[in-house]
Design a protein around this ligand. Structure first.
Ligand SMILES: [Mg+2]
Length: 381
């Protein structure tokens, strides 16, 4: 069997105005998607989603650039693929899309699920956590966060991650104001769901420490990227100060980027994303982190095909925990697939089919034509 062509689909969908979501100083107006397809002369294709943070059209350019070195290769033979370089999101996302699509193809050739290629006895389902809590506006009914959390409990989810809301300085929000909302949330949830907070690197160390100590008391599952990622020593101090894991690394695409954090005990959990670094590198990072006593809970945003790649990764991890599921992506998320996999009581059932276990719907380029430009606009401009 020979690889005959590499193709990248660039897709978008505008959010309805009531479905636009806000975080920090941005309003997100559309959902994007980049899908890499590896065609062969054997009648089967490999498919995977590359992180749209790499910008779909730029990912397509990089895939086209890499294609001549891959076309003509036998997918069953070992051959060298480009490696994430840790410097360009577009480049690394393209590498990730090719790498994960090759895993899908290898699974289809072997008649095995990708998770079965990664480990001997993978899980057949993975627990999801509802990831959102980024629609609430400090200037307009922040309690929306609580209504949203209760919806996820009703949907059967057992865990939820939320963010710190819109720009604090715009509405003079203090750590105390934020923690007041956190207490209202934990009272409303009343132990029915695990809670995680994502700081999106927006706090300073003092703010993060005050919040971390309180979240620790409240039994939060983790506190993600509380402060700018560059300050490894501050991450170590925060991670040392609390029982709850301080987590991060969602934008890191190589093991080398994680090493200083692992060496300094800066993360209690690492969050590499197969959509940004590929399944191969994500597994390599996970195995090394595990030797440091650090589990992997992958970042997974955007659409359903990426959820499948990260789902197979979680299913094959040394200590599988949870998979992130974006709750605010809209119809693009699952309508790209011919058949949506089952989600039962907050668990993603990995289909009993080879590869990633899903196929693309037939008409997605017509239904979701790519919309040029950024997915977000300034919230206050
Ligand atoms: Mg995050």
């Amino acid at each position: 069997m020979k690889i005959t062509k590499l193709q990248t689909l660039c897709l978008s969908r505008l959010h309805e105005s009531e479905c636009q979501w806000v975080t920090a100083a941005y309003r997100t107006i559309k959902a994007d998607c980049a899908i890499v397809i590896i065609h062969t002369d054997g009648g089967i294709n490999g498919i995977a989603e590359a992180s749209a943070y790499g910008v779909p059209t730029n990912i397509r350019d990089w895939v086209d650039w890499m294609a001549p070195d891959i076309i003509g290769k036998d997918p069953e033979d070992p051959f060298s693929l480009p490696h994430p370089n840790g410097h360009s999101r577009s480049y690394d996302s393209a590498v990730a899309g090719i790498d994960s699509a090759l895993w899908d193809l290898k699974g289809k050739i072997a008649g095995k699920r990708v998770s079965e290629l990664l480990t001997e006895e993978p899980l057949k389902r993975v627990r999801l956590y509802a990831s959102s809590g980024c629609r609430y506006d400090w200037g307009d009914k922040p309690e929306q966060l609580i209504e949203e959390a209760l919806e996820y409990i009703d949907m059967g989810y057992t865990a939820m991650k939320f963010r710190i809301g819109t720009d604090w300085s715009h509405n003079n929000i203090s750590v105390k104001d934020f923690l007041d909302l956190v207490h209202k949330l934990t009272d409303a949830v009343n132990g029915r769901m695990e809670l995680m907070l994502d700081g999106n690197c927006r706090l300073n160390e003092d703010e993060a420490m005050e919040i971390a100590l309180e979240l620790d008391k409240l039994g939060f599952t983790w506190f993600e990227e509380p402060i700018p990622w560059r300050d490894i020593d501050a991450y170590s101090r925060l991670n040392d100060a609390v029982e709850m894991p301080i987590t991060g690394g969602e934008s890191f695409t190589t093991l080398e980027r994680f090493r200083p954090y692992l060496d300094k005990n800066a993360y209690g959990i690492v969050q590499q994303d197969a959509g940004l670094c590929g399944i191969t590198e994500a597994m390599r990072i996970a195995k090394t982190a595990y030797r440091f006593g650090v589990d992997t809970c992958p970042h997974s945003w955007h659409n359903g095909l990426m959820a499948m790649a990260n789902g197979h990764l979680v299913a094959a991890l040394p200590n599988p925990r949870v998979l992130e599921l974006c709750m605010i992506q809209g119809p693009l998320q699952w309508d790209i697939l011919e058949e949506k996999p089952l989600i039962e009581s907050g668990w993603l059932i990995l289909p009993d089919k080879p590869g990633l276990g899903v196929e693309l719907a037939s008409d997605i380029e017509e239904r979701f034509p790519y919309i040029e430009g950024s997915y977000c606009v300034g919230l206050y401009s």
